[in-house]
Ligand binder design. Structure first.
Ligand SMILES: [Zn+2]
Length: 126
């Protein structure tokens, strides 16, 4: 049993999405912070939508391509551990540079704002 197996057993997963499932909660809104609360509610809605999409994609892989929960959990842990820590998140990526002009570009920018070169990056960069 390697280290990853130990961690895997520790989590003893049944449903890889279970810990993310909960009723979307809304907090009472006061006039003071209604803008912030509206943004939080929007983010909660976006997260729920992403979970639905992730779960749909997962069930397609499981039901139509034969992957199992252990494979999914193992991959989640591998990605989680890729930044050196198993903490249910992936660390923020360092700034990236334009391949043409070398200036720093926004993480998800398709083009450099300085020279307009294509700047394909990791679509999952944090
Ligand atoms: Zn550039």
């Amino acid at each position: 049993m390697d280290g990853l197996d130990t961690v895997f057993d520790f989590f003893n997963p049944q449903d890889p999405f279970e810990k993310y499932k909960s009723e979307p909660r809304t907090v009472p809104v006061s006039s003071k912070d209604s803008s912030s609360q509206a943004e939080i509610n929007k983010l909660r809605h976006d997260i729920e939508r992403l979970l639905l999409i992730s779960e749909a994609l997962w069930t397609i892989l499981r039901d139509q391509h034969g992957y199992n929960e252990e494979t999914l959990q193992r991959r989640i842990l591998e990605i989680d551990a890729s930044d050196g820590k198993i903490d249910s998140r992936k660390a923020t990526s360092p700034p990236r540079k334009c391949p043409k002009c070398g200036r720093v570009v926004a993480k998800h920018a398709a083009r450099c704002m300085w020279c307009e070169a294509l700047t394909p990056g990791d679509p999952f960069a944090r």
